[in-house]
Design a binder for this molecule. Structure first.
Ligand code: KG4
Ligand code: ZN
Length: 347
């Protein structure tokens, strides 16, 4: 059977996402529901609440998305769901629904790596970059630079040794009393702060290599906050200094990765890719050094179903699919992702 129209389901953390991608028509529809307001009360994602809320929301969201697209379940040629990495209970909701739906429709199903979804999200945009490119993947759980040669051909150039960039944003926001989700809240407060009032380190930039470490920056921020929290404008100035330090650090490593791979195009993806200061800084670097720079629209930086439908479409097109078991992998190193090729004659 020719693979044309694929349903994508994302439930790895606290967003329920559903989308339909068609190889001929592009993205037909997508629907997203964020649980962030529920977890905000607890200052972070509560896994059991996340799983239960995915159970509550996923089927109505699926119907909504099918309605929007104007297509019926019987017109689907395959189903893709996020199989990992992520919260096991949350992943199992999407995997169970996705796998069962595929079986009942008699179509193949594929389990998608969440970070492959993020990495390919910029290709959903009108000005999609050509392969090869370097991707900066910055989310709540990952920070990595990846050389992308084609679909499935990924080489991890460097990753974080401790906290992910998004995690550092979230923890720092919590420290500054900014609530959850921390990244967007911190970025908002930083807009009115002076990033140069306090000095911040640029971790791991004084030595060669493409590894990251953000836990020291977090400790540095905690010490500053303890000392200055009662001073005027301290919250905004610390937020601005922290954001600048993270963005500078990411930009320095991106430049290194571009030099090392001699690549001409940089792609930014993952939740922190929604940060306007990061987007602007890397766009400027691109203009200065002559690289193309692309990123997904803001809503496709954070978790969504569209990126899973798109990545799943390409895997199914290449003939990959899962056996009839419900399988999820809370830990799944990207280095274990196998390469794949498109079959001759299909695009
Ligand atoms: O990709 P994502 O939605 O989920 C994971 O796969 O982790 O990323 C979520 C992360 C959170 O840590 C959130 O605080 C961060 O992305 N984030 C931001 C911004 N928007 C989301 N960080 C900084 N600035 C933002 N505007
Ligand atoms: Zn994500």
């Amino acid at each position: 059977m020719r693979i044309v129209r694929v349903l994508g389901i994302e439930t790895s953390c606290d967003e329920t996402g559903v989308a339909i991608y068609d190889g001929d028509l592009g993205l037909m529809a997508h629907s997203l529901y964020s649980q962030a307001h529920i977890h905000a009360e607890y200052g972070g994602v509560v896994p059991e609440i996340a799983s239960r809320d995915h159970v509550r929301i996923l089927l109505p969201l699926l119907d909504e998305c099918l309605d929007k697209s104007g297509c019926s379940k019987s017109e689907l040629d395959g189903v893709a769901y996020t199989a990992g990495p992520g919260l096991i209970g949350a992943l199992l909701v999407g995997a169970s629904v996705g796998r069962s739906l595929a079986t009942s429709l008699g179509v193949p199903a594929v389990g998608v790596h969440h970070m492959e979804g993020h990495l390919l999200a910029p290709l959903l945009e009108a000005n999609a970059p050509d392969f090869p490119f370097v991707a900066l993947l910055v989310s709540g759980g990952h920070t990595m630079l990846v050389e992308v040669r084609s679909f499935g051909a990924y080489r991890v150039l460097g990753e974080t040794r401790d906290d992910a960039a998004g995690e550092a944003f979230d923890k720092t926001a919590k420290l500054l009393g900014l609530g959850y989700p921390g990244g967007p809240a911190l970025a908002k407060v930083a807009a009115s702060g002076d990033p140069h009032r306090f000095s911040f380190p640029r971790p791991m930039t004084d030595r060669p290599g493409l590894e990251f470490s953000f836990s020291g920056l977090k400790t540095h921020t905690r010490n500053l906050w303890r000392k200055h929290s009662q001073e005027e404008n301290a919250q905004a100035d610390i937020a601005a200094g922290f954001q600048l330090a993270v963005v500078d650090t990411l930009a320095i490593k991106c430049r290194r990765a571009m030099q090392q791979t001699r690549s001409g195009h940089l792609v930014i993806a993952g939740g922190v890719g929604a940060n306007l200061h990061l987007r602007e800084t890397l766009s400027q670097a691109g203009r200065k050094y002559g690289w193309g720079v692309s990123y997904p629209r803001i809503e496709f930086c954070t978790d969504n179903g569209a990126m899973i439908a798109f990545a799943g479409y390409h895997r199914l097109l290449a003939g990959q699919h899962e056996p009839e078991i419900i399988h999820a992998r809370p830990r799944w190193p990207m280095s274990e992702l196998g390469p794949y090729r498109q079959k001759a004659g299909e695009s």
